[in-house]
Design a protein around this ligand. Sequence first.
Ligand code: APR
Length: 234
Amino acid sequence: MKKLVVFTGAGVSAESGIATFRASDGLWENHRIEDVASPEGWAKDPSLVLDFYNMRRAQARKAMPNLAHETICELEQWFDVVVVTQNIDNLHERAGSRRIIHLHGSIFHARGTGKNEELVELHSEDIQIGDLASDGSQLRPHIVWFGESVPMMDFAIEEVLSADALLVVGTSLQVYPAASLLTYLPSGKPIFLVDPSPSIPSVGKNLEVIRTKAVEGLPLVKDMLLRHFNITTS
Ligand code: APR
């Protein structure tokens, strides 16, 4: 089977009702991104940060995977698929995708603020001030904030280095190191990009841009991939 890495951003979940980040003047659900998604924001007002992510978690729990998430899962019938997502929701998991790397963490996990990096799975519970990890430190969302390292990046790079094609869906490619993933695709391998207002990456590689929303574009790109690799489906 050919190996396909699917790199997703907020746009893939937009039609499930989860707001993208850069849609309205750098505000994210009415907050400055720095206030809610940085170590400085956390140091200044941890309650605000916890409330913010508690709301995001409640919103993500109510959202349903859309046809784009489902089509990405369906691609596993013909490709060895690895999803690398910048999203903190679990809609790829709920659509059935089996191999998923969360580059920027997961809203459904918490971890301590001490040295212990053990993850705590969150089901219906929120995180409140006073909720502690096993080492006694305050729990925080398991999210990569601006200025923090991206521990899953090396794993994602490994996957792209051995991919036969890269499918990029719904990301403004503004945030690094995540956006640099495209540069690791071996030369000559195709990149397909689905986004209604795409930021065109300057990759000197075969780039096919599908200028549509994810739900409309994924079935199209599925057919393009099958044609590209001469795969027949029946
Ligand atoms: N279908 C596909 N793409 C869409 C849709 C849609 N229905 N609606 C919007 N988009 C596109 C936008 O055109 C834009 O290119 O999705 C992209 C969303 O960009 P951002 O909001 O910047 O989200 P993303 O690229 O995922 O952000 C990266 O930034 O704030 C941090 O850590 C956070 O993971 C996040 C990272």
